[in-house]
Design a protein around this ligand. Sequence first.
Ligand SMILES: Cc1cc2nc3c(=O)[nH]c(=O)nc-3n(C[C@H](O)[C@H](O)[C@H](O)COP(=O)(O)OP(=O)(O)OC[C@H]3O[C@@H](n4cnc5c(N)ncnc54)[C@H](O)[C@@H]3O)c2cc1C
Length: 624
Amino acid sequence: MTDERDSRADQLLGMHRRITRRDLIHGAGVAAAGLPLALSACRQEPGERFYPPTLTGMRGSHPGSFETGHALAREGREFGRGRDLNEEYDLVVVGGGISGLAAAYFYRQAHGESSRILILENHDDFGGHAKRNEFHQGDAMRLAWGGVFNLEYTEFSPVVHRLLDELGVDIERLRSRDDFNYGADGELGAATFFDAETYGRDALAPGFVLRHGDPARVLEQVDELPLSDESRASLRRFYMARKDVLAGQDEAGRTRYLRGTSYTEFLREHGELTDEAAELFVKTTHGYWGVGADSLSVAECEGAGLPMAHLLGGELTAGDGSVSGETTAFPDGNASVARLLVRSLIPDVTAGADNEDIVSAVFNYARLDEARSAVRLRLNSTAVEVAEEGGAVRVTYVQADEVMAVRARHAVLACYHSIVPFLVPDLSEAQSQAFRAQVKRPLLLTNVLLRNSEAADTLGVTGAYCPGRLHGAAWLVKGIETETYHHEWGDSGATVMQFWGAVDSGARGIDVRTQHRASRARLLEMTFEDFEREVRTVLDGMLGPAGFNAAEDILAITVNRWPHGYAYDYLDLWDPEWPPGEAPHEIARRPLGRIAFANSDAGAYAATQVAIDEAWRAVGELPG
Ligand SMILES: Cc1cc2nc3c(=O)[nH]c(=O)nc-3n(C[C@H](O)[C@H](O)[C@H](O)COP(=O)(O)OP(=O)(O)OC[C@H]3O[C@@H](n4cnc5c(N)ncnc54)[C@H](O)[C@@H]3O)c2cc1C
């Protein structure tokens, strides 16, 4: 009976509907450019030129990218010495993310333009987390980011500023065309979506915003929400209270409490919220931190814009749900930075000069790994050993089940740190443990191309926080333009709805690294169909009342799963204060002979500027 019901529900959502090629062929420009068209969960057609940004279905850590790494690290598989390719390089970089690409760039500057460099990357596309999803199923190309989005330019070091200047990135120009605000751009501002499965009925509440929200608007709407009477009353009490729950404590005592107590514990104890009401806040930090507010301290959540000041002797400030902070972005996020780096390293892959044309540049992937080029980028290649041998570094890697080896004067490991102990046999136990401490935070970003944004426009919203769903938030992607790419808010045609979040570990309250591992396992177990059903259900509940038809109005779905997502940054509740120079990432990143270590893990902070700074440091540490 349940199966029958489920399958009827699936039919209404369009789960078993094939998105046909005919539905997709609106992108005449794509066909003209010789680019492949994408299906809902597609691979490319034989004979089509390989162009991974247009692939839909399961992306991010896609099938084929991680199996060798898991065989090495989880199963202890030995790959042997492999076939010697007799290729000699000045530098081999492991990892083609921003950090690895920047390391190649800095190395070439330091050692000369003719330096021979090989970059090994285990995915079928470069950029690491900085990838783009390109959709051609609507009238015009629609871009979205598959991972890394913003440039936090106020945090840039002189090294980062210089690199981006040299690549032609004009921050002021990007800012002047960036009108995107994570779902807060609609007529009625940001919103919260209460879903039927969790809350009994679907309810979209525009203006009801917990993070950076306006308490008056929350109070206005609380009576309409599908929550228990006790929870609504507790929310009302919470927002109306004005007190200092730490009165009488000195500064040190206050700090100890704020850094030693989880935000949800604070809400229950001093905010007197019911469990149901406190739970509403948990996912507000998912996208921002990669962990829930239950695993973050009160002090950390203050920085994330969650309400607390009115219980600590201050006042609540009213916001509209906009995320403050000085950042800007390309329409495809920092994939443009990765593409600029690749264009600079291997100019034959595409033409162009700057900031503006990189967004619409079409890359010829066949040119990435050519013998005549000084810099080569080898995709689908997983390094399995990096070891010094006879005055050089021997790098063994696996591509399509074949084990091969190359040699280089130097190596920079710009891959995630947790795999390094399995690659480098000569590490000390202390350094190996330090690498293992970098347990990245799993993240999920699913882009869904909608036929149009009419239903959202009718409702006056551009997205919503979704406390009960897998992805904690969803928003329309519009309003970021360059000279060659246009998608303004007034355009109600095909548009991407981006679903964004961290996968709940289902293991609350335990050590946060263990939570991350549990969340990673869950993420990898989920099938494309699970994600598809999830986004169709949410879109149906959220936009259905305004005429959206999940069976008809979804043109493509791309799931970007990142089991190894944000770099682990130390958290108040889970990490001690390390003496200077003794934090795990500082021990891990110490160079070892001809091998140096980059990646944002080396800075213990998930940001593009950190990935670049760490590449700069690593290249500078290589011996002559
Ligand atoms: C979903 C998401 C959103 C983010 N948003 C932002 C943002 O808005 N702004 C921001 O500044 N930062 C953001 N970040 C942080 C992001 O991690 C950094 O900005 C930066 O892109 C990290 O680059 P990296 O090169 O250090 O690592 P990665 O991007 O992880 O690149 C490392 C590469 O090495 C590869 N690799 C691993 N092992 C091997 C091996 N054995 N052989 C070959 N290759 C290997 C990996 O698969 C990967 O492709 C985000 C991260 C995620 C996951």
